[in-house]
Design a protein around this ligand. Structure first.
Ligand SMILES: *[C@@H]1O[C@H](CO)[C@@H](O)[C@H](O)[C@H]1NC(C)=O
Ligand SMILES: *[C@@H]1O[C@H](CO)[C@@H](O)[C@H](O)[C@H]1NC(C)=O
Ligand SMILES: *[C@@H]1O[C@H](CO)[C@@H](O)[C@H](O)[C@H]1NC(C)=O
Ligand SMILES: *[C@@H]1O[C@H](CO)[C@@H](O)[C@H](O)[C@H]1NC(C)=O
Ligand SMILES: *[C@@H]1O[C@H](CO)[C@@H](O)[C@H](O)[C@H]1NC(C)=O
Ligand SMILES: *[C@@H]1O[C@H](CO)[C@@H](O)[C@H](O)[C@H]1NC(C)=O
Ligand SMILES: CC(=O)N[C@H]1CO[C@H](CO)[C@@H](O)[C@@H]1O
Length: 750
């Protein structure tokens, strides 16, 4: 018995979810190409077979295979299917290989045509249609035999999603600004300069004849800037005249809503031919950086935010309505809509628009569906969209974005050394001595925590910190540098360590390299969230006789005054509730301590893997604790999971402890210690607060959603909770109102 309920809660949901990739952008390049470079793609894009993974459970790298042929989506029959076929399909979808395939409609039955049957690939085919089969539409199968594939979740480097602009199509791969004033090169980001585009053979300038500010807007978006500025051309006249120009692109005519220059009408000329820009000069543009990238950055108040992304400018899209944050459903989610979100947040246009909760699932309301922005809207709320009805969408369809962000060069000022992999090591920063000589140096490990490590990993471009280490003696120290920084304290949201506080002059108790700060970075981490509505629904008071509380007392689950009680006579008054803790992150939540250090709790007969997993508290109006739940140490396990996710962790029999992504750990109201002892609390209005992983002992992508708060009204006999919400579910303003609530009403009671 592990002290937990074995009640199974199953989420019911509709069985027919179809993964729709956003449509590709229409390519509108003018056709008068005089380019000397031959087109590289052997087959025109329109002929390319479209493949998608659909069905259930919805994942981006596995599902029922569907092919788009003759204007219709259809399936593949599993007869003769093999891993070789799966490899061809996965590569076609942009994954490096297949790890498996499925038969008998494992991901649900498709509908419509069964396009291929008895498919036999040799493995070298570029597309499934090149494999042997009975031919299009020739099959004796039913949809009960629909084939599926499981692809390795690793993209082919440089593979371009149907969702992403096919850059090769228009030969433009990248754009950059060459600052005209040399001094401007040192100041990042570069916001003004001569436009250069990269294509197959190198970099070239763009002729500015017929140039409009709309072209500038598109370029600024690609460069990570939300807005364009007018540029004083006269200022550059002399410089541009003296310079040798090399044009390749001219007649650019964007409408301003494109997310990539390649989507604008434009023409190519022979490389370095001067005749194509008579009377013109190289295009010079100027962009307005978003608030995050300005010298005196101001805090942006928006009603949209990104959550769960590993890097700056990416994440699940969340929008604010009626003072509460919610998500956006991915139906028709595309680059123009994603770009509106990116620009609203002070980034450039969108690089990618993700469907299917690629940046993790949100919790709480889903507000929008079928968002259809044109691209010039100031806010996603100005775009046409459909309200959600409960059958429409699930959080597994949460939309996400990856925005273009300006190049800041922050990753060049930090490095990690000594670790066993490229994702771990001692942190070194580049700093200048009084003479201005740059050199690398270590950071003192004292006070170094997950928060600081998060900033370091972000700056390194390696995602999240799995751990921040204060001691790094077990790593290679054959070539260590001096310690140059100490007392680093970050809030956790900084873009680089230089934005965090640190000592003016270095002060480190143990200044040896083995006590220097280290990190283990990870693309993905967990994210725990408490189900607030369940707490609200299950709360009640129990007067529990002391003779039933020996075990609880032993585990420190009662308030101090219990020690003075007349055991075993009398009772304790307990505020009881259920808590259901979901892992909505992208990696399993696992206790930091290895199983050798877990503590056996004989009374409850299970191992505790974390000292402090949750705090349960009752606060009064000024935030003072009036009752403290015990520092709950629990046995972590998967009580249940969303459909299609398998349980992995189980407490019983010294099993592995943790919470799988897509699963939850349920502590029912009637298990021992799942309470706050309110025996000494007077009637009144309070705030009840639950904090999960309060010491941030285990890394999570988001710590702002770890607290759950409720208004709590206690009349001496009964108790009511309302407004229960996760820490970051409300707008700041609503949160301020919430916190004032108990004080205002204190006088009204009794
Ligand atoms: C393409 O070239 C033809 C003749 O070479 C010309 O008449 C036509 O206007 C050009 N189209 C564009 C879009 O420049
Ligand atoms: C969505 O619902 C809100 C009220 O909840 C309403 O004001 C709005 O007009 C609706 N929008 C659409 C597109 O139906
Ligand atoms: C700075 O430069 C001077 C002269 O080159 C040299 O004597 C001094 O040691 C240097 N100081 C540091 C901190 O490197
Ligand atoms: C040690 O660091 C120095 C300076 O960074 C470098 O030149 C040298 O190659 C390194 N030696 C080893 C063994 O890594
Ligand atoms: C949270 O709890 C409520 C009430 O029991 C339940 O209806 C809901 O499905 C739960 N939410 C999640 C995400 O499981
Ligand atoms: C908070 O309120 C309690 C009683 O409501 C009072 O005893 C305590 O002094 C207050 N604390 C502060 C910091 O105001
Ligand atoms: C394609 C090509 O030849 N580009 C060249 C044009 O001229 C500039 C400046 O002389 C060179 O840097 C480019 O490589």
């Amino acid at each position: 018995y592990n002290g937990k309920s074995n009640t199974v809660c199953t989420l019911t949901r509709g069985l027919l979810l179809v993964l729709l990739f956003p449509c590709c952008l229409t390519q509108t390049t003018a056709s008068n190409t005089t380019s000397a470079t031959p087109t590289s793609s052997p087959q025109p894009r329109t002929d390319r077979l479209k493949v998608r993974l659909t069905g259930f459970p919805r994942k981006h790298n596995e599902g029922r295979v569907e092919l788009f042929h003759k204007g219709e989506w259809g399936t593949i029959c599993d007869d003769d299917f093999s891993i070789v076929n799966a490899h061809v399909l996965c590569r076609q979808l942009g994954f490096v290989e297949a790890t498996g395939w499925t038969h008998s409609a494992k991901y649900g039955k498709g509908s419509g045509k069964i396009w291929l049957d008895n498919v036999l690939c040799s493995g070298s085919e570029k597309s499934i249609e090149q494999c042997k089969s009975r031919g299009w539409g020739n099959s004796d199968c039913t949809h009960d035999e629909d084939a599926g594939v499981v692809c390795k979740d690793e993209r082919i480097p440089g593979f371009v999603d149907s969702n992403v602009i096919d850059v090769n199509e228009n030969k433009i791969e990248e754009v950059r600004l060459q600052p005209v004033v040399v001094a401007a090169k040192k100041k990042l980001p570069i916001t003004e300069g001569v436009v250069e585009v990269k294509y197959k053979d190198g970099w070239a300038q763009v002729c500015d004849l017929g140039w409009t500010i709309k072209n500038t807007r598109v370029l600024c978006g690609m460069l990570g800037f939300p807005h364009e500025r007018k540029v004083n051309k006269n200022f550059y006249k002399l410089f541009l005249e003296r310079q040798k120009s090399y044009f390749h692109v001219h007649s650019v005519a964007c409408t301003g809503t494109e997310v990539h220059l390649a989507a604008c009408p434009l023409e190519f000329s022979k490389p370095n031919s001067t005749s194509t820009c008579v009377g013109g000069s190289p295009a010079v543009i100027s962009c307005m950086p978003g608030p995050l990238f300005m010298q005196n950055s101001i805090v942006l108040q928006t009603n949209v935010r990104l959550k769960g992304g590993a890097r700056l400018g990416e994440g699940r899209v969340e929008v604010l309505k009626d003072s509460e944050w919610g998500t956006v459903c991915d139906d028709r989610w595309n680059l123009p809509s994603a770009s509106v979100v990116c620009r609203e947040l002070g980034f450039g246009s969108a690089k990618e628009a993700f469907t299917g909760a690629r940046m993790g699932q949100g919790m709480g309301p889903i507000y929008m569906n079928e968002v259809k922005c044109v691209g010039h809207e100031k806010s996603i709320w100005s775009c046409p969209f459909r309200n959600i009805t409960s059958e429409d969408c699930q959080h597994m369809e949460d939309a996400a974005v990856r925005c273009n962000i300006p190049y800041m060069g922050l990753e060049n000022k930090i490095r990690i050394t000594g670790g066993r992999t490229q994702n771990e090591g001692r942190v070194e920063v580049l700093s200048a001595d009084p003479n201005g000589t740059l050199s690398w140096g270590l950071i003192c490990g004292e006070g170094w925590s997950t928060k600081e490590a998060m900033v370091a990993c972000r700056q390194l471009g390696l995602g999240y910190a799995n751990q921040g280490l204060q001691e790094t003696w077990y790593w290679d120290s054959s070539n260590v540098t001096d310690m140059v920084m100490s007392g680093v304290k970050c809030t956790g949201s900084e873009l680089s360590l230089s934005q965090c506080q640190h000592h003016k002059t270095i002060s480190c108790q143990k200044a040896a390299a083995k006590f220097s700060a280290g990190v283990i970075c990870s693309e993905t981490v967990s994210d725990l969230v408490l189900n607030a509505s369940l707490v609200q629904q299950t709360v009640y008071i129990e007067d529990r006789p002391l003779h039933m509380l020996y075990c609880a007392a032993e585990e420190d689950c009662l308030s101090k005054s219990a020690a003075k009680a007349n055991w075993p006579y009398g009772h304790r008054r307990l505020l009881r509730f259920s808590s259901q803790i979901h892992n909505i992150g992208r990696a399993d939540f696992k206790p930091k301590a290895g199983r050798h250090s877990w503590v056996w709790h004989a009374c409850h007969a299970h191992y505790h893997s974390m000292d402090i997993f949750t705090h349960y508290d009752l606060l009064n109006a000024n935030g003072t604790k009036v009752a403290e739940g015990h520092k709950a140490s629990f046995c972590l396990e998967d009580t249940d999971c969303h459909e299609g996710v398998s349980k992995r962790y189980e407490c019983a029999n010294f099993g592995d402890q943790g919470i799988t992504v897509g699963c939850w750990d349920l502590y029912r109201h009637d298990i021992d210690c799942q309470w706050i002892d309110i025996t000494d609390v007077k009637p009144g209005n309070y705030i009840m607060q639950v904090v999960i992983n309060p010491n941030q002992e285990v890394a999570e992508s988001d710590f702002t959603n770890n607290a759950m708060k409720c208004n709590c009204k206690y009349d001496g006999h009964r108790i009511w909770l309302h407004n229960c919400h996760i820490g970051d579910a409300f707008s700041e303003e609503a949160e301020r109102r919430f916190e004032k609530y108990p004080g205002q009403l204190n006088n009204k009671i009794s």
